[in-house]
Design a protein around this ligand. Structure first.
Ligand SMILES: Nc1ncnc2c1ncn2[C@@H]1O[C@H](COP(=O)(O)OP(=O)(O)OP(=O)(O)O)[C@@H](O)[C@H]1O
Length: 458
């Protein structure tokens, strides 16, 4: 599904709020619109009544374009179609071609891979060229060269990106190969689930998934922490795959010898293959990453001056996620200012003020907790602050409440204000709910344990 289709409800809701549409205008003109197709950078919207096309086009084309860009971060043209429009036939053909294309992608989708994380989009610099070369060699000859391949490096330096690139490469050339990518958190939680279930079949399903694979990628192995049963199971999985000549790729924030909670027998095995580190990129690499992002996300339309890009690259040195985040924030600020302010160094400084004044001793603040929880679950800060009720948003929000309570001295009332103005009793309820659930739910306890370690790395 294209991002516009995925976020369509959010886009029209944004339009409703931003343009203060009355209920009647919204339900008459906007709600009935359907995303018919998205081809390159054009969104085709189907209008239910042919007679309305001209009116909707005149009145809503520009506002919709802006809202789509604001919500998706990508600029699209908007074209309105009625059902009898002759372009529909043309689009049908295109859409069946793209469905065919999609079919070939399902292996990568099934393996849970981010389509953006490929070798093509990965910038090679002095900081990562060894890890990159080793990854490419493994991708070209899985199970034959470095086994396991152990990638390590600090937060946001491209370990996940490189692992997904290997998996994409293998699946592109050998779509039939079984590739499993998981974080060690998922591995642990699936094991807990299988063990708790108590049925023989659950455990055999678990083993079938992890042992009957050609390539196993385990991200963030440092979180396979101090849990004997998990390490035991992983040890057998590892031996099984390694003996069968199957490829294992592991990532961590530190080398095997420094993972204190790791059993010695696993540590030794991780050292059997190749260990490659990824360090912080130099200035040229940071500039190249920013330029690549501009190209990939079609941000050229903003004509960001060179000195602004240089300013970002000079100031964000140790985390590529923050480098990308600074660019996103700059553009978001520019849009918010209604084009009133030019994109210049002042605007960049404002966009980056949280990053430029980092807390070196990393005091745990509610903002830090919110950032890490948002990143961990892939839920936006806006959603955490909202009143949305689906569990995939409500649970992370309650985890924020719980962790703010446990890890900071901030009063419940202030936590409520931070979380979009919730009252004291909502926060208290959230904290108590998680306190209760972690006692009963080992998977949740494991997840919270991992988030705590991300907030406060040892
Ligand atoms: N060399 C690179 N070229 C282009 N983009 C990169 C590069 N390295 C990292 N990135 C981008 O930076 C972001 C963070 O990278 P990634 O998630 O792979 O880091 P990580 O090392 O796995 O972080 P964590 O320790 O938090 O798991 C991603 O959006 C990724 O695409």
């Amino acid at each position: 599904m294209n991002v516009v289709e995925e976020k369509w409800n959010e886009i029209i809701e944004h339009l409703r709020v931003e343009h203060e549409l009355s209920h009647i205008s919204f339900s008459t003109w906007i709600q009935p619109l359907k995303v018919y197709n998205v081809v390159d950078n054009t969104v085709y919207l189907l209008v239910d009544k042919a007679a309305s096309v001209d009116y909707i086009e005149k009145k809503y084309s520009l506002p919709l374009k802006v809202c789509i860009a604001e919500i998706t971060g990508i600029e699209y043209e908007v074209v309105f179609l009625s059902e009898d429009d002759e372009r529909i036939e043309e689009l049908k053909k295109m859409s069946s071609a793209s469905t065919d294309k999609r079919k070939t992608k399902t292996a990568a989708e099934k393996a849970g891979l981010n389509p953006r994380y490929t070798f093509d989009t990965f910038i090679v610099g002095n900081n990562n060229n060894f890890a990159h070369a080793a990854s490419l060699a493994v991708a070209e000859s899985p199970g034959e060269v470095y086994n396991p391949l152990f990638l390590y490096g600090g937060v946001g330096l491209g370990k996940t990106h490189l692992m997904h690139s290997i998996a994409h490469f293998i699946l592109d050339f050998s779509p039939k190969k079984k590739v499993v990518y998981v974080t060690s958190e998922t591995f642990t939680n699936e094991l807990i689930h299988a063990l708790k279930n108590g049925r023989e079949s659950s455990m055999s399903d678990f083993r079938e998934k992890y042992r009957n694979t050609d390539v196993l990628l385990i991200d963030d192995i440092q979180f396979l922490i101090g849990k004997e049963s998990t390490q035991e199971e992983f040890f057998h999985t590892f031996n099984h795959l390694h003996t069968a000549g199957k490829q294992i790729i592991i990532s961590s924030d530190r080398p095997p010898k420094d993972i204190e909670t790791l059993e010695a027998r696993l540590r030794t095995r991780f050292e059997w293959g190749l260990i490659a580190d990824m360090s912080a990129p130099d200035y040229e690499t940071r500039m190249a990453i920013l330029q690549k992002k501009i190209e990939l996300e079609h941000l050229e339309i903003y004509h960001i001056p060179d000195d602004v890009l240089q300013y970002i690259a000079q100031n964000v040195k140790n985390n590529i996620r923050e480098l990308e985040g600074s660019l996103n924030k700059l553009i978001a600020l520019y849009r918010l200012e209604g084009n009133g302010r030019p994109i210049d160094i002042n605007l960049a400084a404002e966009a980056m003020k949280d990053i430029l004044s980092p807390d070196d001793n990393k005091t745990v603040t509610p903002e830090l907790i919110m950032d890490i929880v948002s990143d961990h679950f892939g839920v936006s800060i806006a959603d955490l602050k909202s009143n949305k009720r689906p569990a995939e948003i409500a649970v992370p929000r309650q985890i924020v409440m719980y962790l703010c309570r446990k890890m900071t001295d901030v009063p419940l009332k202030s936590i409520g204000i931070l979380l979009g103005g919730k009252n004291h009793s909502t926060i208290k309820h959230g904290v108590e709910k998680i306190e209760h659930d972690v006692e009963e739910n080992e998977q949740l306890a494991n997840t919270i344990d991992i988030i705590k370690k991300k907030i406060n790395p040892v």
